[in-house]
Design a protein around this ligand. Sequence first.
Ligand SMILES: [Zn+2]
Length: 241
Amino acid sequence: MIVLNYHELVEASPSNAWCLTHEMFEAHLALCEEGLVSPQSFLKHCSDPKPSRTGAVLLTFDDGFLSDYTHIYARYMTTGRIPGFMSFIPVGFVGSPGRMSWEMIEELGRGGVAIGSHGMAHVDLTTVSDVKLERELRLSKSMLEDRLGQPVTLFAFPYGRFSRRVWEAALRAGYTHLFTIQLGYHRGFESFLYSRLCLTNSMDAEYMRHHLLDPDAMRGFSWRISTKLGLYRQLMRWRYR
Ligand SMILES: [Zn+2]
């Protein structure tokens, strides 16, 4: 399966590279909507040794922007056009300008959106103390669980930054699926890591078309050579030690 990662969607004039227009998202969707899977279906099949379906695509949205609620949920999910998505919330931002309120997040949860944590303050977890790391992982999890009334086991690393120390702490805190922004198919180099393509507004429909055909196409030389030699996992374990 292929996992796509979006942030904010706007009508026009994106304010940064990770903000896409509705039109661009619609163009992406037109290319992948037949293959879209719900988060529930993704979680059921994501550990299968052989991919169950080629061309299957999961949508994820980071940072708890209002557009998760006003656009993706209201316009696409409640109308049945998409089967669902994952929404990763930086809990410290809930209710601030441009971000969802707790009431909206609760409604998404009741409506079948898979809610995950994106930490508290959206910090690079590889740079913080052990105490802060624990707080980012555990407080965000318990606050989301209190609000949603169900376990929260999905986590996306802020800025896609992680290390072995970070992932071990996340697993100890009770997360089971950790989402990166590495390229490729959904399975990362560890069984609990999941790769995603992080979309920017320079990635047009043509880029998306290529990615859907071969999500490994943009990966670098070190991935190619180490995979060929069967050393990719070792290389990554050394890099993220
Ligand atoms: Zn983020």
